[in-house]
Design a protein around this ligand. Structure first.
Ligand code: 3EB
Length: 341
């Protein structure tokens, strides 16, 4: 490529994410040779990490393994941070990480609170020039409780759907990957990554697309894609949504946590295989360990689940175990993952 053309090419930062020991976050701005974009911490840590200049996202979701591990996102480029209404964020010119966090007051219906949150996020991303929402984590209290005759997760799906539909009539073609779980305090947290350029949404051949789930699961279907592929600075990430024991649109292995775990892992395998054949990318061939986050409804199931996962993955994955309710009351475990090649 001639020099002149090279100069006009935008600089693409590389983006990394890892689970690291809290104590290794000494510097206010950097982790290793990269700049901090955001840190996510789980449970009720004593240390607020207030020395960090990047957004610190705290979730009332207990960690079932080592309690001093945090999720760290970094960039090789210069990072700016800021706040706009209810959103704290950082951005590096290619990627933006933000968090919308708000008390779940009784003043609004839960549907309305969700609608307002999503609308604020979508408008914010559009105005900042990062219009492509790639991945979002949805955490709020009482996910399976009924309120005004409707399960709160279903109210959430209605508010989310409404916000997306108003923002973009074609929204189902570019939905982000997502996770949806309960949290132990009455705070709604929506944290997300978005980019200037779009990613590629992937569906799972073993599962009905969530946005096409039939009416029996709620008037508005859950709006998310099964995974997103996005390239950052020569590396590609596969951001896999929270995945559970659902085949087609039906929950399988009711009351059988081992059966649900096996089905969930089959779903993740099917998604990886489908990505390999349809996109020509083998995410299992990477040298970086994939990151797994495992949400477990009943903490009593943690020993069994961790033992089975260790048998299957050994030390080929970094795994974080969390104690959270899951959006269908018959689901006992949900697993999300990030692969990099
Ligand atoms: C499922 O496949 C399980 O509503 O954002 C997983 C990931 C699930 C995200 C969401 C829900 C969501 O339907 C539940």
């Amino acid at each position: 490529m001639p020099d002149s053309q090279l100069k006009d090419r935008p600089v693409y930062s590389s983006i990394s994410v890892d689970f690291v020991a809290r104590a290794s976050l000494k510097d206010a701005r950097c982790y290793g040779s990269n700049t901090l974009l955001a840190v996510v911490q789980y449970g009720k840590p004593n240390d607020a990490l207030s020395h960090l200049e990047c957004p610190v996202i705290s979730l009332a979701i207990p960690q079932l393994d080592e309690t001093d591990k945090v999720e760290v996102w970094t960039s090789s480029a210069t990072v700016i941070t800021g706040q706009s209404n209810n959103i704290r964020y950082s951005a590096d010119g290619q990627l933006l990480i933000g968090v919308f966090q708000i008390a779940e007051s009784d003043a609004f219906s839960f549907e309305r609170l969700t609608y307002e949150g999503y609308t604020e996020i979508l408008e914010f991303l559009e105005s900042r020039g990062y219009p492509h929402l790639l991945r979002i984590w949805n955490h709020f209290s009482g996910i399976n409780s009924e309120e005004n005759g409707l399960e709160r997760y279903r109210s959430f799906c209605m508010g989310r759907y409404q916000a997306y539909a108003e923002h973009d009539p074609e929204f189902e073609k570019h939905l982000p990957a997502a996770s949806g779980t309960g949290a132990k305090e009455k705070i709604m947290t929506l944290y997300f990554i978005a980019s200037q350029e779009s990613g590629i949404p992937i569906e799972n051949p073993r599962q009905t697309s969530a946005y096409h789930y039939p009416l029996q699961y709620g008037v508005r279907s859950p709006s998310f894609s099964r995974a997103i592929i996005k390239e950052f600075g020569g590396q590609r990430q596969l951001l896999i949504s929270g995945t559970a024991s659902i085949v087609g649109h039906e929950s399988r292995h009711q009351g059988d946590v081992e059966g649900q775990l096996g089905e969930t892992l089959s779903n993740i395998d099917a998604l990886l295989e489908h990505t390999r054949t349809s996109q020509g990318i083998d995410f299992c061939a990477g040298e970086n360990k994939p990151l797994y986050k495992v949400y477990i409804r009943n903490s009593d199931d943690y020993p069994l689940i961790s033992q089975k996962l260790n048998n299957k993955l050994g030390d080929r994955a970094s795994i974080m175990y969390l104690n959270a309710d899951i959006c269908r009351s018959d689901l006992l475990v949900e697993i999300e993952a990030i692969y990099t090649v």
